[in-house]
Design a binder for this molecule. Structure first.
Ligand SMILES: [Zn+2]
Length: 364
């Protein structure tokens, strides 16, 4: 094969993307070549672009990717559910890959924390196979990736965020052990938070309370299962805690989920919980997120505090099943609310970064 593929290359933080033609080659036996049909911009792509987290340069960002199989290595036969893969199958895949020995995978059932794990959208364009990110015409899917066929009826807009945002929220809501009748507070109503509201409701939450500062997001949350929303910018922390506790009698919320990425919300979040409450952090993905809180609350109130990072491959299957089962109830397709070409990637990042769009999609 002597073709090239166009890619929007991330040369350095805070500099314009550069469109480059990168070499393509035939797949190895255990690889898949995918023609990218849509990639969405995740908050972590924006953190990388702004230099807030290390990411190799020059590289191709983007890990929420879907596409059509163009070439299939002969060892890749079935998806994670056992369905036969073919040239032309429309697929999503785990945002990370890992093969070889793994203490965390084999001993602790945490493949997502395997030592040496690599993620799509985190590799140098100079090294083979060059195309391992979403903001390009093609992407190679390499060994150690979990592949999943997408049902035809699912739109690209519903499918693209499955392999990061939605699967992560499956992991977060499972860790929160949301039970029938729980009151669930969601701090941050971006894509993760909206899916969090919907999943909490689908798991039987009695009341879901969404917190954010952006009025469009507060409005959107009502369509995704939030019974109450509070604009946190118009309240002090004490007022906010009082307001949430008033909505969760007799003694506060059962679960608080943090998906806003702001460590300063943690002390108030702890105060919102009842005795025995669960607090799950999923949004604080950049280092040095120092915060001070009274740890005595954890002891006195029997609070469980957990962090979640990445997800198990089965969570991607569950993410797809959740969206398929609830797409008539919640307007998931509206979350991806803007589309850009590869050449417009810089503008898309600006819009996503200043939160004037909810989830920006690139259609190469
Ligand atoms: Zn992501």
């Amino acid at each position: 094969m002597t073709r090239t593929a166009r890619a929007a290359v991330y040369d350095a933080p805070n500099t314009p993307f550069v469109i480059r033609d990168l070499p393509m080659r035939d797949v190895h036996d255990d690889e898949v070549l995918v023609r990218v049909t849509m990639s969405t911009i995740c908050r972590s792509d924006i953190h990388s672009y702004h230099g807030l987290r290390p990411n190799p340069c020059p590289g191709i960002l983007g890990h929420e990717i879907i596409g059509i199989i163009e070439q299939l290595g002969k060892n890749i036969v079935r998806d994670m559910r056992g369905e036969a893969l073919k040239v032309g199958s429309r697929i999503t895949w785990t945002e990370y890959f890992h093969h070889g020995e793994s203490y965390y995978r084999d001993v602790h059932d945490m493949p997502q924390k395997s030592d040496g794990i690599r993620k799509y959208g985190h590799d140098l364009v100079e090294t083979d196979p060059h195309l391992l990110g979403g903001f390009a015409e093609y992407c190679y899917v390499v060994p150690g990736t979990g592949i999943l066929i997408l049902p035809d009826e699912l739109s690209d807009e519903e499918a693209a965020p499955l392999n990061c945002g939605v699967a992560t929220m499956i992991s977060v809501t499972q860790a929160a052990q949301i039970e029938m009748g729980d009151v669930v507070v969601v701090q941050g109503l971006g894509l993760l938070g909206l899916y969090g509201c919907a999943m909490a409701k689908a798991r039987g939450a009695r009341r879901v309370i969404g917190l954010d500062t952006v009025s469009d997001r507060l409005k959107a949350a009502k369509k995704f299962g939030a019974d109450e929303t509070i604009d946190i910018s118009s309240h002090s922390d004490d007022e906010l805690v009082d307001a949430v506790r008033a909505l969760s009698p007799p003694d506060g919320a059962d679960v608080v989920i943090e998906v806003c990425g702001v460590p300063e919300v943690i002390p108030a979040g702890l105060q919102m919980l009842r005795v025995g409450g669960r607090y799950v952090l999923g949004g604080i993905v950049t280092p040095n997120a120092d915060v001070t809180f009274d740890a005595n609350i954890l002891v006195k109130k029997w609070i469980s505090l957990r962090g979640i990072h990445n997800y198990h491959p089965r969570n991607l299957i569950q993410a797809l099943d959740f969206v398929m089962a609830n797409r008539d109830r919640f307007p998931f397709k509206d979350i991806v609310d803007s589309k850009f070409s590869l050449d417009e990637l810089g503008e898309a990042f600006e819009r996503a970064s200043d939160r004037t769009v909810l989830r920006a999609a690139i259609v190469p």
